[in-house]
Design a binder for this molecule. Structure first.
Ligand code: GSH
Length: 290
């Protein structure tokens, strides 16, 4: 139930931290908070990101493109620590005025091209390399429909369910019920689709799968929010089958390691500048920093 004591004032003002896990980075204004130039590596693509579900969509795509032999998809992945406010540095804001990871610079042409919003980056890369996006009109439309289904749905999962179930300082039954209901409905949408189709957009693996997997695959595998039991995710058998299949792909496994800062040290590759980094530069292989 809503807090009976709280009566919203006539005009909302920012006079206290929002509370919850991300209180230190939440603010009601955009723009940079400090000057900071972004690093640039030697590869055509520069990625500024973190290994969250939104970040992982892009690193999976880049690893898949490289696995297909697209050398032009070589990339430097730089770590943006959002809990430290790196997304508010002037260099980052110039690449993404929305101050959220992931953000990418394509430096392969005469002038750098900035791309932000994870789905936009997926479409950009799919078009640039002619991969993981069907060309047939009907199949392409289906792929975009599911891709944008993810874009519209995941905020209910992350900002709604995940926030109130896992991060909020108080457990509000009304909010958790509302978003658990919606997330279970979304899982059922996906489960029914995957009962009739091998991959989300049809018989082929596409950017729609790459976008949906880190969120909904992560949820049914218990990787995000620790809510597998609460949401009875075992019920979504087709989503489970699909998630297992994606997780079997070496590029997906590599993509999940890039810019990752939690979990087993061997699974964390904070920055990726070379394909060999997966073997030599995971956190278990680097000297512990003071
Ligand atoms: N719709 C955006 C969402 C990106 C997003 O929410 N990124 C989060 C991490 S997963 C972030 O950077 N948060 C930092 C902040 O809110 O200050 C996308 O898909 O790229």
């Amino acid at each position: 139930m809503a807090d009976p004591e709280y009566v919203p004032p006539k005009v909302w003002i920012w006079n206290k931290p929002s509370g919850g896990r991300f209180a230190s980075i939440n603010r009601p204004i955009a723009g940079p908070t400090h000057e900071k130039v972004l690093p640039v590596g030697r590869h055509p693509l520069q990625l500024y990101s973190l290994g969250t579900p939104n970040g992982v969509k892009v690193t999976i795509m880049l690893e898949e493109l490289l696995a297909l032999g697209h050398a032009g998809a070589e990339y430097d992945a730089w770590l943006i620590r959002i809990a430290d406010g790196d997304q508010f540095g002037s260099g980052f804001v110039a690449v993404n005025p929305n101050s959220k990871i992931p953000a990418m610079l394509d430096r392969s042409g005469a002038r750098p091209i900035r791309v932000f919003e994870s789905a936009s980056i997926l479409v950009y890369l799919a078009e640039k390399f002619g991969a993981f996006l069907p060309t047939d009109a009907a199949a392409r439309a289906e792929c975009f429909s599911w891709l944008f289904w993810q874009v519209g749905s995941a905020p209910y999962l992350g900002g709604g369910f995940g926030h109130f179930y896992a991060y909020a300082t108080t457990k509000i039954e009304y909010a958790i019920d509302r978003f658990a209901m919606e997330v279970k409905r979304q899982l059922d949408v996906l489960d029914r689709r995957l009962a009739e189709s091998e991959y989300v957009a049809g018989p082929d693996y596409t950017i729609a799968d790459m976008a949906i997997f880190p969120w909904y695959g992560g949820l049914v595998k218990g990787w995000i929010y620790g809510a597998a039991e609460f949401l009875s995710v075992h019920e979504y058998r087709n989503v489970q089958r699909w998630a297992d299949r994606l997780f079997d792909r070496p590029a997906v496994r590599r993509g999940r390691m890039v810019n990752r800062t939690s979990g087993e040290l061997a699974s964390q590759l904070h920055e990726r500048h070379d394909a060999r980094d997966f073997e030599t530069r995971t956190q278990d292989k680097l000297p512990a920093s003071g």
